[in-house]
Design a protein around this ligand. Structure first.
Ligand code: GSF
Length: 201
C-alpha cells in the first residue's frame, strides 16, 4: 500500500498517525500537489493528497475515507466506534478538525494570491470558522481526558492534527493562551510516537 502525501498536510498527517497507531505498514510517497509536474492526478482525479494506492493500483481518497478503511484492516487499536451515536460523535469530531484545517488552508491560499486580488471579507469568514471551530473543540473536550468517549480515538487524532497545523502555519492564532484544555490534550498527544514522528515539516 502506498500513501501519497506530504509532511506538511494535516490530512496526510491524520492518515499517517492512524497507520502508526494501528501498526499498518505502508510506503510514504512524497508528492506536492501544487507543482506543475505533480504526479498526484495519476492516482487521485481530484489532484489532492492524501491518496492511498492499493496493491492492485486502486486509489482511495479522501482522508476520511482512507482512515475509515484503515480502521477495518485489523483489530489493532480500534479508533472509530462500531456504530450508533458513539461512532457518529467520533466522525463529527473528525469533521470539526478537518473543517478547521479546510478554513485555515483556504485562508493560506487566499494570502498567496496577488495582494490586490485578496478578499479581506473571505479571509475574515474563513478565520471565523477556525476560531469558532477551536471554541467548539474546547467546549466539547472540557476537562475530559479524550475528545469522545473514555479513550483515545480518531477524534483526538483529527483534533491533534488540526492544532498541530495551526501551530505550524498559523502561529498568530493564539489557541494555546485561550484554551488550556486543548493545550493539555495537544501536549499529551505529542508524547505519542505516532504524533512525534509525524510533526509537520
Ligand atoms: C482535503 C485534502 C486537501 O485539501 C481530505 O483528504 O481530507 N478533504 C480532503 N489536500 C490538499 C493538501 S493540504 O493542504 O493538506 C491538496 O491536496 N490540495 C491540492 C488542491 O489542488 O487542492
Amino acid at each position: 500500500m502506498k500513501l501519497i502525501g506530504s509532511n506538511a498536510s494535516p490530512y496526510v498527517r491524520k492518515v499517517r498517525i492512524v497507520m502508526a497507531e494501528k501498526k499498518i505498514d505502508f510506503e510514504h510517497v512524497i508528492e506536492n500537489p501544487w507543482t506543475p509536474d505533480t504526479k498526484v492526478p495519476e492516482s487521485n482525479p481530484l489532484g489532492k493528497i492524501p491518496c492511498l494506492v492499493m496493491e492492485d493500483g486502486g486509489a482511495v481518497f479522501d482522508s476520511r475515507v482512507i482512515v475509515e478503511y484503515l480502521d477495518t484492516i485489523n483489530p489493532v487499536n480500534k479508533l472509530i466506534p462500531a456504530s450508533g451515536r458513539a461512532r457518529v460523535e467520533v466522525r463529527c469530531w473528525e469533521a470539526l478538525g478537518d473543517g478547521i484545517c479546510d478554513a485555515a488552508i483556504l485562508t493560506r491560499l487566499e494570502g498567496q494570491r496577488p495582494k490586490a486580488q485578496q478578499s479581506a471579507t473571505w479571509i475574515a469568514r474563513q478565520m471565523g470558522k477556525v476560531e469558532q471551530g477551536l471554541a467548539a473543540a474546547a467546549r466539547g473536550l472540557g476537562d475530559k481526558p479524550w475528545c469522545a468517549g473514555n479513550n483515545f480515538t480518531l477524534a483526538d487524532i483529527a483534533t491533534g492534527a488540526a492544532l498541530g497545523y495551526l501551530d505550524f502555519r498559523f502561529p498568530q492564532v493564539e489557541w494555546r493562551s485561550t484554551y488550556p484544555h486543548l493545550v493539555k490534550l495537544a501536549d499529551k498527544l505529542a508524547t505519542r510516537p505516532s504524533f512525534a514522528d509525524t510533526a509537520p515539516a
